[in-house]
Design a protein around this ligand. Structure first.
Ligand code: GLN
Length: 282
């Protein structure tokens, strides 16, 4: 007879052998998910015998995780800025760095109640969590994306949090009207040269959400000049990018006429976020 603890131990070893990072933590999440228990409840029930019916689904989850299916896809949810969102292959898995971007945006000034745009929204987590935090201080939230499947997921996430955004299937600004007090974006920025170095897990994110031309910056090249024209007075644009892209992006923001460009590193010290103000009007 196997206990919860036995399964935790053998599952952790199984995942370690298959090169899964943070195998123990992954195992805790999977066991909690399977048994419907929180982490603390899991610890309290270490000695409880596993039921026969629980073993087959556990084996199935372990097999998939061992093959590189991301934990977030197996759980079907992800936590972002203290809220739970649905997560599947329709959009990029939300990254912890993007939570940092959301936190930083909330600390900065922009006109309120704000009209907000999340460009390339994917699962919607960035725009939705900012809107949820702002409450009444968000006048309208627009979620735009090129990918209809991603927008389906964003719509489900909006409903889950009782938010009613305007959802637009649009190639960047093609279908987006008007100006905004806040524009946020986490557009694809991975370069073609980095494609081969990505982890097995990242292979489960949609290509469209990751790649954007040779140096990864094609989407930002098209986005920034138009975004600059769509900012209200005293508005803010905030976006995320990758390692070693800060200097090219500074040039692009300047060429777009954006002002007061502030660059910010993420928690691991990589300069990853930019905040800019609208062009000075004549
Ligand atoms: N940060 C993601 C990665 O490491 C890329 C996200 C993006 O392209 N916007 O793969």
């Amino acid at each position: 007879m196997k206990t919860v603890l036995d399964c935790m131990e053998s599952g952790t070893q199984y995942l370690e052998k298959r090169g899964v990072e943070d195998a123990r933590s992954n195992m805790q999440w999977l066991m909690g998910f399977l048994l419907g228990l929180t982490r603390i409840q899991l610890y309290q029930q270490f000695d409880r015998p596993m039921e026969e019916g629980e073993l087959a689904p556990l084996r199935d989850l372990l097999k998939k995780r061992g093959e590189g299916v991301p934990l977030q896809h197996l759980l079907g949810t992800v936590e972002f800025l203290r809220r739970e969102f649905l997560c599947d292959g329709r959009a990029l898995i939300p990254r912890p760095e993007t939570e940092e971007l959301a936190e930083a945006v909330l600390k900065r000034e922009f006109p309120r109640p704000a009209r907000i745009l999340d460009m390339g929204t994917g699962s919607g987590v960035l725009g939705l969590s900012i809107a949820a935090e702002l409450g009444e201080a968000c006048r309208e939230l627009v979620l735009a994306d090129l990918c209809p499947e991603a927008l389906g997921l964003a719509r489900e996430n909006a409903a889950r949090h009782g938010l009613i955004p305007t959802i637009l299937e649009s190639d960047l600004f093609a279908k987006v009207e008007g100006r905004f007090d806040l524009i946020v974006a986490n557009l694809p920025y991975v370069s073609e040269t980095d494609r081969d170095g990505l982890s097995r897990e990242v292979g489960h994110d949609p290509d469209l959400a990751l790649f954007s031309g040779k140096d990864g910056l094609d989407a930002y090249r098209r986005f920034l000049p138009e975004a600059a024209k769509r900012l209200e007075r005293n508005g803010l644009i905030a976006f995320e990018f990758g390692i070693d892209q800060a200097s090219t992006l500074s040039q692009l923001t300047r060429a777009a006429g954006l002002t007061e460009c502030e660059l910010l590193p993420d928690l691991s010290g990589i300069v990853r976020f930019a905040f800019c103000r609208p062009p000075i009007s004549p």
